[in-house]
Design a protein around this ligand. Sequence first.
Ligand SMILES: *[C@@H]1O[C@H](CO)[C@@H](O)[C@H](O)[C@H]1NC(C)=O
Ligand SMILES: *[C@@H]1O[C@H](CO)[C@@H](O)[C@H](O)[C@H]1NC(C)=O
Length: 594
Amino acid sequence: MKLLVFCLIIIANVSNNGKASIETIVPATTNVLLSDTTRNSDKSCYRPCKFNVKPRRCQYNFKIEPTLEADGKAALVINAITPGPPIHVCVNDIVIVKVQNKVPGQDITLHWHGVEQKGTPYMDGVPMVTQCPIAFGSTYEYAFIASSPGTFFYHANSVSHQSDGVYGSLIVDQPQPLEPHSSLYDFDKSKDHTILLGARFSELLTGNLNGKHLRPDSIVVNGEKKSSKIFVIPGYAYRLRFVNAVAVECPLVVDIEQHDMVVIASDSKPVRPVSTNKVLLYPGERMDVVVNAARKNGGYWVNVYGLGICEGLIAHGMFLYSGFNYTSLLHQGPTLTSELLNSETIIQGQHLLSLQDQTYYNKDVKTIYLGVDRYVIPFEDNDNDYRYISDGVPKKTFYPAAVSLHDNGVVQINNKNFLYPNGLYLLKPQNVNPDSACNVGEEANHKQLQCLQVLKILDKQVVELALVNEGFGSNDSYTFHIHGYSAQVVATGRTSNGKPISKRDFSLLDKNGKIKRNIQNPPLKDTIVVPNKGYTIIRLKPDHGGSWMLECRSCSFFSLPAAILIDVPQSIPKAVIDVLPKCGSYRPVDVLLN
Ligand SMILES: *[C@@H]1O[C@H](CO)[C@@H](O)[C@H](O)[C@H]1NC(C)=O
Ligand SMILES: *[C@@H]1O[C@H](CO)[C@@H](O)[C@H](O)[C@H]1NC(C)=O
């Protein structure tokens, strides 16, 4: 075993130094037919969840590699498919995923989007923050407890790896009587009724440094442009789970012809039911809805409309009553209406209300200001060295070159870009260069364009973060994802005059009571949108330790990262630190989960 590990490391090093470009290793002629058998790799854990039974260990092997899809386009696939194998478990099961990186020249990590990682912050999948990246040829075994029920997904931490196909669903079920809205539906078949929305690009983004093909080519529904199917029986109500699994700024509006939907959950958390005919999901958001199959037997289109960078793109799936011959439906094609633009009934996750009152009320909650904006920064080529150095991986660029900075500027938080640490932050903070760090709120003291922006939480007091999209440098909205927590979205809004908003403007608005907070039943979200020339205010209760990213992933594509690290005190047992990888091949031991 030792020898094998040694060899893999050697191979990894050779490959990294050899700068193998990804195009050269994609097989040029063979088309890979997708095998259906891999879709069932989780047979052992997809089951009706029961009370008082022991949780299971659900084991998966993921091999990530480049391939050519049937349409001739290159993609990164997991076990030969994209989206990757779905993971379906019951709450409290232990999810174990052994990830093998077979993508030459690339470091990979997987992030479990929305999973709290209580007690396992080192399984969160952020390179150099929570783990060493998985180098080409090596493996890493993720292991964590599925501690909360709901709709989640997993994806490569890198925007380009995710965009090239490394994502899949992660559904955590619970005993039906515990589902707060189970009276609203007859069937919750998460395996058949999860709708993963993705995007395809005309070329692989991985290893592509020119940034020309930022706009997706097409939107896909469970990996297909038109032929994904949902089967229903007339007269029954179904729970469907939508996931926007796109990494770039591609909000998606979904409707089902002639069918209303009742929204029952957002980002895995139950909400007060709201009826609508259209839902809007920002990248990384999930929404569970109930659809009543109350129409005549037939076939109906599920329409997915792209916004933002995906403006103009449309994809479809089919909502089919059982026994209906859908050949004719496919033949006819979808009929599109243009009502999308003037629809006022589009439901968006952060405007929903949580099912239970959730008061994190705290008299002296302090507001931490995070000003987000795009700046054009004159800089020299040697400023462009945003690399990390780690113990086991050769020094090399992890993020694509920031070629577009000169023209379009770069999105920053408090006038800084995030700097990934040079040492493993969570486990070996003593290895991180102290000069590279800056505290949130005191960034101005730091001279460089980038610093490791850390918000240190010192006690268990509720923290309020005001994300303000100032809008001096752009008209874009930004989507943020917070790791490890669901945060309360207590307020969101825009300036009434449509003018940019400065820190002073915001403070004044807030002081004058112009910003109304919902502290009674705000939605709990891990993915939030900050409207342009507006704000979104979130609160979180730091009840489990770790180093958690709050990041705008889509902001930093082909650019510098826009993120901060929220550091909640934790103590990781030495026994665990000792077995965690030193950037080589690695197997966890059960002690990690105790
Ligand atoms: C479905 O419809 C198509 C054409 O509309 C027809 O060719 C085909 O035979 C039908 N299939 C079945 C099973 O009835
Ligand atoms: C934002 O929109 C306004 C009004 O349409 C326009 O004048 C301005 O140039 C835009 N700003 C950017 C950065 O695109």
